[in-house]
Structure formats: structure tokens, C-alpha cells
Design a protein around this ligand. Structure first.
Ligand code: AMP
Ligand code: ZN
Length: 466
């Protein structure tokens, strides 16, 4: 079966077919680094992690770009309040963000561009919009995008174009659908911006938030790429505006699939900084919960449903993870260090197919987790009746490893093989198939740097810890 994903643009499930047939290029709107990310933000990053991992499971390569919004209304306001230069202020939260990702076992993206490093690209893009007649300068010196000129404006959020007020302008980065209006590409300098200012052909100022993502995504992934993701709150205006700017400038389709996750809610309301109903990851870890328990919580509801956050689910996850660990430990014991896998026992023979069928259906995580827990249940029962052979146990462990490359919770993190090591192993297989021995040797060294070695056995290469 093929991997089908719900495309916000068409409001239907579509098969994921990368532009070049084998390599999925995806852009993920990243954190605005003016504070610690809360676990609502991490719900979005977790959905994107599951997505990239499952795309790889399907046999595609992935290049994911996740930006760091280190200049916008909020970062400037907060850095000035703290009396710190913008870069110094945002660095604290950028460092914290990477620490949190590691705690949650979220795989690193391939690129993390910071907006302040791409100002030239943004200026260039705005210049193109000027040349093509989509941008204009207002009286205060700011540059706006004219939504009237882009006839497809509103296609992602399904806006009613008739109801739009011609000529209205909005300067803020965030606004609602009812106020769809010409939006700022370049904001003229105002004293409240302190020393956050760049020169441009339209005078001193700074970029608007939306142009940042268009410039960084197209620079790193090309003018047309495969998937663009975020939370549902990004659909309008952020993603609508990105589409308008990018497609107006290039005349080409921007992202082919748009995917958005539902909210993490507390008592029915979106978790957000502005409502004050949020927990940061570090607060939850300080209470004694583990990153793996939080990962389980963020992962185990379907990404498009809203997820109600409650501590009692975290407690329940602890029990579920204990069951997984006990199952894993009994398999390790039964495998007796045997490297050579035999056939899967009957109770695990359908697991991979059930898992993949569920995930293929727009990442139906409940179905995928049911395949896992049914296997644990049946396996525990079978192993209590009669022991499995070491070769069977090894086969189940190999399967578990494969599924855990998608889920990242089945195996205790210390014992799991890191995804980078798996990726290197895949690259090595390819290099050897092409008889590229120099590349194969280089990969062997890279594996050793990660603390792993590979042994070629009659049933294929096997990874071992050094
Ligand atoms: P921000 O830093 O506000 O730009 O948000 C970063 C990412 O987190 C975006 O993709 C948002 O859509 C997402 N996000 C923010 N709050 C929530 C929430 N309560 N539930 C799910 N995603 C969220
Ligand atoms: Zn963005």
C-alpha cells in the first residue's frame, strides 16, 4: 500500500509521491525563540518527527528544514524588555530548544536556518515581488503584499474572496481570517525596534514574519518542494501568505502537500503563551516525568485530533512503557546474544503489516499502537507457555528495532540504535551495491565515530556497539 496523507490544500487524503520520486523535501515552521517552547509547540514538532520517520520507513530519503524565527514582533519586544541584544537573547532559547528536542527523542532535521542569517534572501524576494507588481510601499515606508493582485489568495484557508476588503493593510505578524488584508513584507524602522534594523532598497527596517519562511524554504529546498507542515493555527495567515509571496515571485507551485496538526488543549482551550495555560517541557521533567513518557503522550493521539493534556495520562503512560520494557527484556534474554534472526513466531508475523497499513492511512497511530500492543500481549502469553528460540527472539527484536525507528518509544533510549546510525547503514548498503568501496570505508569511519561498527553476516550487515 502507499502512504496517504491528508493535504490541507485539497482537504483529502492523497498518496505521497515526492517530486523527484525518491527524496521528500519538507519544511517545518519552527519555534519563535522568545521563550521556552511549551508542550503544545512540541505536539507540532512531534507530529513532524513521526512524519519524517515514517517517510523514511517507506523507503524515501528526507531533507527537512526547520527554521528558527529569531526576529519578529515578539522576539524584538522581549529582548528589549530584558535589555539584551537580540542574538544574545534568542540564543538562550535556541539552546534550550535543542536540549528539549533531544529529551523527547525527536530526530534532528537536516537544516535549522535562523531568520537573521537569511535577510539578503528576503530582500531579494521582496525585490522580485516589486518587479512583478505584487509589492508596494506604503506612506510609512513599509512594503506590503497586495493580495488583490494574487488571484489565488485564500486557496489554502478557503477564504471567501468576495468578502475581502480591498486596500486594507495589516502590519502585525498575526491576525485573523476576518481581517484578511495586504500584509507587511518589510517593516519600516520604528524606535520600538531598538537596534534590530537592516538596510534595504526601501529604507531601513526588518522583514515581516511570513517572508522569512518563504525565503528560507526556497533557498534550502528549491522553489517547489514536497511537504510544508505546522499546527492548524499556521494555516492562516502564515501559510496563506507564504504561498502568495512564493508563487507570485516564482510563478511555480510552492509546496505540494500541506499538513497541519490539531491543538494540544487544556480544559478545552488551546495551550498557548497568551492564555497562560502552558507547561514547558522542563517544568514537566522537573515534576519527575521522563521525556519518553511525554513523547508517548504527544505521539499517541492522531495528529489531526486535538489532544487533551492531563497528568493522569502521563501516569498511565508510565505503566504502558513498563509493559514494553518487560517485553523487550524478555526478548533480549531469549535471544541469548544470537545475531542471526530466524523466522518470526506466529504471534509477530502480521505485526509489521498491520503497523504499516495503519500508518499508511494518514498516520493512524491508534491502529499502529494496537498492532504493537497486541503483539506484546500475544507474545507474553506465548512465551509463558513455551519459550521462543533465540533465532525467533532475534527476529522479533529486529522487527522491534525497525518499528522503533518510527515510534522512538518501544526501546529504552539508551539501548536503541540511533537513527543516524541506521541512516549510515542504509548509505553503506547503497555504496556497496554500487561497489563504491571508498565511500563504504568512509561510512565505516563515520559509524565508528558514533560508537558503532558493522559486521557483514550471511543474512546481511549487523550493527554492534564498539
Ligand atoms: P510559534 O512559536 O507560536 O510560532 O509556534 C510554533 C509551532 O507550534 C507552530 O507550528 C504552531 O502551530 C505550534 N503550536 C503552538 N501552540 C500549539 C498547541 N497548543 N498545540 C499544537 N501546536 C501548537
Ligand atoms: Zn513559518
Amino acid at each position: 500500500m502507499a502512504f496517504r496523507i491528508f493535504n490541507t490544500m485539497s482537504r483529502t487524503k492523497e498518496e505521497l509521491i515526492p517530486l523527484d520520486g525518491e527524496h521528500v523535501r519538507m519544511y517545518t515552521c519552527g519555534p519563535t525563540v522568545y521563550n521556552y517552547a511549551h508542550i503544545g509547540n512540541f505536539r507540532a514538532y512531534m507530529f513532524e518527527d513521526l512524519l519524517r520517520r515514517y517517510i523514511k520507513f517507506c523507503g524515501f530519503k528526507v531533507t527537512q528544514v526547520q527554521n528558527l524565527t529569531d526576529v519578529d514582533d515578539k522576539t524584538i519586544r522581549s529582548s528589549i524588555q530584558q535589555g539584551l541584544p537580540l542574538k544574545e537573547y534568542t540564543k538562550t532559547y535556541i539552546d534550550a530548544f535543542f536540549e528539549d528536542l533531544a529529551k523527547l527523542n525527536i530526530e534532528p532535521a537536516e537544516h535549522y536556518p535562523a531568520a537573521t542569517d537569511y535577510i539578503d534572501e528576503m530582500i531579494q524576494l521582496i525585490g522580485t515581488l516589486f518587479d512583478k507588481g505584487y509589492a508596494y510601499k506604503s506612506d510609512d515606508g513599509s512594503v506590503y503584499f497586495s493580495i488583490d493582485k494574487f488571484s489565488e489568495y485564500g486557496k489554502l484557508a478557503h477564504l471567501d474572496r468576495e468578502g475581502m476588503q480591498a486596500g486594507a493593510r495589516v502590519a502585525q505578524d498575526e491576525y485573523d481570517k476576518e481581517n484578511a488584508a495586504d500584509f507587511a513584507l518589510w517593516k519600516a524602522y520604528v524606535p520600538e525596534d531598538g537596534d534590530v534594523v537592516w538596510d534595504s532598497p526601501w529604507g531601513r527596517g526588518r522583514p515581516g514574519w511570513h517572508i522569512e519562511c518563504s525565503a528560507m524554504s526556497m533557498k534550502l529546498l528549491g522553489e517547489s518542494f514536497d511537504i510544508h507542515t505546522g499546527g492548524v493555527d499556521n494555516i492562516f495567515p502564515h501559510h496563506e501568505d507564504e504561498i502568495a509571496q512564493s508563487e507570485a515571485a516564482t510563478g511555480k507551485p510552492y509546496s505540494r502537500y500541506w499538513m497541519h496538526c490539531g491543538y494540544l488543549v487544556v480544559d478545552g482551550r488551546k495551550m498557548s503563551k497568551s492564555l497562560g495555560n502552558f507547561y514547558t517541557l522542563r517544568e514537566i521533567l522537573d515534576m519527575g516525568y521522563t521525556g519518553r513518557e511525554v513523547r508517548y503522550e504527544l505521539l499517541s493521539s492522531h495528529y489531526r485530533q486535538s489532544l487533551n493534556f492531563a497528568f493522569k495520562s502521563l501516569d498511565a503512560n508510565r505503566a504502558a512503557l513498563k509493559r514494553l520494557d518487560e517485553f523487550y527484556a524478555s526478548l533480549v534474554e531469549a535471544a541469548e546474544n544470537n545475531d542471526v534472526a530466524g523466522e518470526l513466531p506466529a504471534w509477530a508475523s502480521e505485526t509489521r503489516k498491520r503497523f504499516a497499513d495503519a500508518m499508511d492511512d494518514d498516520m493512524n497511530i491508534s491502529g499502529a499502537m494496537a498492532a504493537v500492543f497486541d503483539t506484546v500481549h500475544a507474545g507474553n502469553k506465548a512465551m509463558s507457555d513455551s519459550p521462543v528460540s533465540s533465532r525467533e527472539a532475534r527476529a522479533v527484536l529486529d522487527l522491534w528495532s525497525e518499528l522503533d525507528r518510527v515510534l522512538g518509544i518501544l526501546i529504552p533510549q539508551e539501548e536503541a540504535i540511533p537513527s543516524r546510525v541506521f541512516d549510515l547503514l542504509e548509505d553503506r548498503k547503497k555504496a556497496r551495491a554500487e561497489k563504491n568501496w571508498a565511500e563504504s570505508d568512509r561510512i565505516r569511519d563515520a559509524l565508528a565515530e558514533c560508537g558503532w561498527t558493522v559486521k557483514d553476516t550471511p543474512v546481511g550487515p549487523k550493527l554492534r556497539k564498539l
